[in-house]
Design a protein. Structure first.
Length: 132
């Protein structure tokens, strides 16, 4: 799976700045790679990828500040959740709890807004059952 994500990153990265679909593929590939590396005990690589996913999410939110563009605004709570899961997987409980708290707050800020789907609600609820 890591090889497939690496290929996806290599293909999407050069065009992600100008292609929304490529940017979405890149975000998923970076996030999933971070999680896989964390589960395999590769803390340094996992953290680097999770931080990259966070940076990418911040960029997406900055470029799509219009509140009507909810589809882009979910990037940040997902990035926070990824950081929480990665920190938890590598044994950094305090950091995991901090990122999980940020993710919960970010999802709460989006609840009730137009376009907040059941999928987003499930992701928010999953934070409550996530392992530290």
């Amino acid at each position: 799976a890591l090889e497939a994500y690496a290929r996806a990153i290599a293909m999407a990265e050069p065009i992600a700045a100008t292609n929304t679909s490529a940017a979405s593929v890149l975000a998923v590939a970076v996030t999933e790679s971070a999680l896989l590396h964390a589960r395999a005990g590769r803390a340094v690589r996992a953290l680097a990828l999770a931080e990259r996913a966070h940076d990418m999410a911040q960029d997406v939110v900055a470029r799509h500040a219009d509140p009507a563009v909810l589809g882009r605004r979910y990037a940040l709570p997902r990035a926070y959740a990824t950081l929480a899961e990665v920190h938890g997987a590598i044994g950094r409980r305090r950091e995991a709890d901090e990122w999980r708290s940020k993710a919960r707050a970010a999802w709460r800020a989006l609840e009730g807004t137009q376009g907040f789907t059941e999928q987003f609600a499930r992701e928010a609820r999953a934070l409550d059952t996530a392992r530290p």
